[in-house]
Design a binder for this molecule. Structure first.
Ligand SMILES: [Zn+2]
Length: 186
C-alpha cells in the first residue's frame, strides 16, 4: 500500500482566499503575492494552526490504522533534511514526514509491531523481479519488460520497499544460535 500524506490535507489559505469572483473583463486581477499580502496576520496564523492540527490528526489516525491492520510495516529510510529544494522537497516537508514517522514508530513500538526502514535508493526504478525499469516522475505506470508486471508505479514501489525491508529483517535475524533459542522460548 502506498500512502501519500501530502494530498490529504486541504489548505485553508488557498481554499478561503482564492474563491472570490472569477476574473472577468473590466476587473483588475490581483497577483498571488498581492492577495497573500492582503491577508490579515491573525487570520493567516489561524489558518496555519488549523493546517497543523489537521495534519497532526491525520498522522495520528493513519499511523494508528496501519498499526491496527499490519504486523510488519516497511518505510523508506528517508533523510528528509537531505532532500534538496526541488520538485519533491515542498510536498515532503509540507506533509511533515518526520512527525508522521515519529508517531508511527511510537505506536508500532507500543503495539509490538515491527517497523523496518528500507534503503530508499531507486525504489521506483526497479521491479520486484529485480529488473531495472527506469521511469521519469511523470510516468505513473510500471511496465516490466522482463516479468511482465503491469501496475501503478506507487504500488510497485511500495512492494519493492516491503521486499527490501523483509530482506533487511532476515539479515538482522542472522544472530548467534543461542540468541535465537533465547528468543524462541520467550
Ligand atoms: Zn519485473
Amino acid at each position: 500500500m502506498a500512502v501519500d500524506c501530502s494530498k490529504t490535507i486541504s489548505d485553508p489559505l488557498s481554499a478561503g482566499w482564492h474563491t472570490s469572483a472569477a476574473p472577468s473583463a473590466g476587473f483588475p486581477v490581483a497577483s498571488a503575492a498581492a492577495v497573500a499580502a492582503a491577508r490579515p496576520p491573525h487570520l493567516v496564523a489561524k489558518a496555519h494552526r488549523k493546517i497543523r492540527n489537521q495534519r497532526a490528526a491525520f498522522h495520528h489516525h493513519l499511523s494508528r490504522w496501519l498499526v491496527e491492520h499490519y504486523g510488519f510495516i516497511a518505510v523508506e529510510d528517508l533523510n528528509i533534511q537531505g532532500i534538496p529544494r526541488g520538485i519533491l522537497a515542498g510536498p515532503v516537508h509540507d506533509a511533515g514526514w518526520n512527525s508522521f514517522f515519529a508517531k508511527l514508530s511510537y505506536q508500532a513500538a507500543n503495539a509490538g509491531r515491527e517497523l523496518v526502514k528500507a534503503d530508499p535508493r531507486g525504489t521506483s526504478q526497479v521491479c520486484v523481479c529485480g529488473a531495472a525499469v527506469p521511469k521519469t516522475l511523470a510516468e505513473r505506470w510500471h511496465e516490466c519488460p522482463v516479468c511482465g508486471l503491469s501496475a501503478p508505479r506507487d504500488v510497485v514501489t511500495a512492494q519493492v520497499i516491503l521486499q527490501r525491508a523483509r530482506i533487511g529483517r532476515s539479515r538482522l535475524s542472522c544472530v548467534p544460535r543461542e540468541a535465537v533459542a533465547f528468543q524462541a522460548t520467550e
